[in-house]
Write a protein of this length. Structure first.
Length: 491
């Protein structure tokens, strides 16, 4: 059904479950390295494999991160909680149970506010609980990488036992046609918040931030919730919005035709549609019971307040403050955010560069280098301090922009800071009048027609002579001084 037609007949209700992998050095209950991309099954031990006789020990840093996340979401922090065993068959978890939290989460009753297209939406957080991640299945031999056409599956247990926080909302009503955009904005808000807290790298493409997006439809004027679907493990902001947009249209068409929505999990395909997963008509019996090998978690009020004092400025508030301080338009600032360059530019400004200069380098030359190398901006081998130092050399007249780009080459190649690259490559601008005057005279002699035009008052023609001088001096001439000398020579 057309989306506008669906919105004319139904009201969507959202429920979002966001899984955040924590960036602790080790796993949740053992000393194995918590590192993405290592050789499969190299970060495993008897504890995270659940071998008989092994005993887990909770990761204290993960508890600290969980409390800080809860506080940042406006949650109450439990004075006493414990872990439980969630039992069902996991093909990628050798224990056949997941150590999680059931009826006693560490954080609960929170709320965040979002602004979407000028409208404020309040998102109530039901709980944020701790658990361990499962391993990873790799479906091989097929064209899609999915189990449907795979010839066989491989299991990598490196991820099994990774500390995980699951953030669950209460039903989100009243979003109307903005429902997909609100979901996208909410997950974006969480991604920015987790990054600001420093608790996760929140790289959706690597699975360290994943969203299960639930949606149901209510006929206009009714209040009883409809049957929902749960689109699992959506791993990009755009896909969250598109998946919900599709599901709303699909469910609306079913209901309008007199059909019934099946309560089930769905899988999102980047081609633009979802397919059925497993049925969830009835509640699963996970046979929860308290984890007998772990003591309860009981953070003291004093410790909670100490952690509250470490919370950073809310990202949305920080952005408004920086945009006003830097005097950027909405579009200019949106470009910075979309390029994931905000922290880099902030650090460059803190190192002494003007905001406009910092934005210029990170969003043009450095963004191009990162794109060509297939890297994130922050992965480039140049620091905000070095970018600020580069701009300082430009401001001082030591470099022009062309030479500055060559200096960037040197910095990225590991030749040192900008000043060292300038000295090592001999890249400083030549402003000595003697050398410049000689080059100007040679350019005038080689281009008599251009010189005649300038003598006739056609000053714009000086650009050709300036270009000739710059070429002879390999771009190292002071272009402004060259222009002055040309005009002086030609009257």
């Amino acid at each position: 059904m057309d989306f506008d037609d669906a919105m004319a007949s139904f009201d969507p209700v959202l429920g979002l479950e966001v899984h955040v992998e924590l960036n602790t050095a080790t796993k949740m209950f053992c000393g194995c390295a918590n590192q993405f991309g290592d050789v499969p099954n190299s970060n495993t031990c008897p504890v995270c494999l659940g071998l008989p006789g092994s005993l887990p020990v909770v990761n204290g840093k993960a508890i600290e991160s969980a409390i800080r996340i809860g506080l940042a979401l406006g949650c109450d922090i439990a004075g006493w909680c414990r872990f439980a065993r969630k039992n069902y068959f996991y093909p990628d978890m050798t224990k056949d149970f997941q150590t999680s939290q059931y009826d006693e989460p560490i954080a609960f009753n929170g709320m965040v506010e979002l602004e979407v297209d000028g409208e404020i939406f309040s998102i109530e957080i039901e709980r944020a609980h701790m658990e361990e991640d499962a391993g990873k299945l790799v479906h091989a031999g097929g064209a899609t990488g999915r189990i449907g056409d795979a010839e066989y599956s491989l299991v990598d247990y490196n991820r099994a036992g990774t500390p995980l926080i699951e953030i669950v909302t209460r039903p989100i009503r009243g979003t109307g046609a903005k429902a997909p955009a609100v979901a996208k904005a909410y997950v974006s808000y969480l991604r920015d918040l987790m990054r600001a807290l420093g608790v996760s790298d929140v790289r959706m493409e690597q699975g360290s931030l994943r969203c299960d997006a639930n949606v149901s439809l209510m006929p206009k004027g009714e209040t009883e919730l409809g049957l929902r679907t749960e689109t699992k493990n959506v791993n990009s902001l755009r896909s969250i919005e598109n998946a919900l947009h599709y599901e709303i249209r699909r469910q609306a068409a079913l209901l309008a035709a007199g059909g019934k929505v099946h309560q089930e999990t769905r899988h999102w395909h980047e081609e633009g549609y979802t397919t059925a997963g497993r049925s969830k008509e009835e509640a699963e019996d996970y046979r929860y019971f308290p984890e007998p090998d772990l003591v309860p978690v009981a953070p003291s009020p004093e410790w909670v307040e100490q952690l509250r004092a470490t919370l950073p400025e809310v990202p949305a508030v920080k952005r408004k403050r920086l945009q006003a301080a830097w005097d950027f338009t909405d579009q200019e600032f949106a470009d910075i955010v979309n390029a994931d360059a905000l922290e880099l530019i902030e650090a460059t400004v803190a190192a002494g560069a003007l905001p406009s200069s910092a934005r210029k380098w990170w969003l043009t030359e450095l963004a191009r280098r990162a794109n060509e190398a297939g890297l994130e901006l922050a992965q480039l081998a140049i620091t905000p301090g070095q970018v600020a130092a580069l701009q300082e050399l430009v401001d001082a007249g030591t470099l022009n922009d062309k030479l500055a780009r060559q200096v960037i080459d040197g910095v990225l190649a590991g030749e040192g800071d900008p000043a060292a690259v300038v000295a090592g490559r001999g890249l400083a601008v030549v402003s000595d009048d003697g050398a410049l005057a000689a080059a100007v005279d040679r350019a005038i002699q080689a281009n008599p027609d251009v010189a005649a035009k300038i003598r006739e008052g056609k000053v714009a023609a000086a650009g050709a002579l300036i270009g000739a001088v710059m070429k002879e001096m390999r771009g190292q001439a002071d272009a402004a001084r060259v222009r002055e000398l040309i005009l002086a020579r030609l009257g």
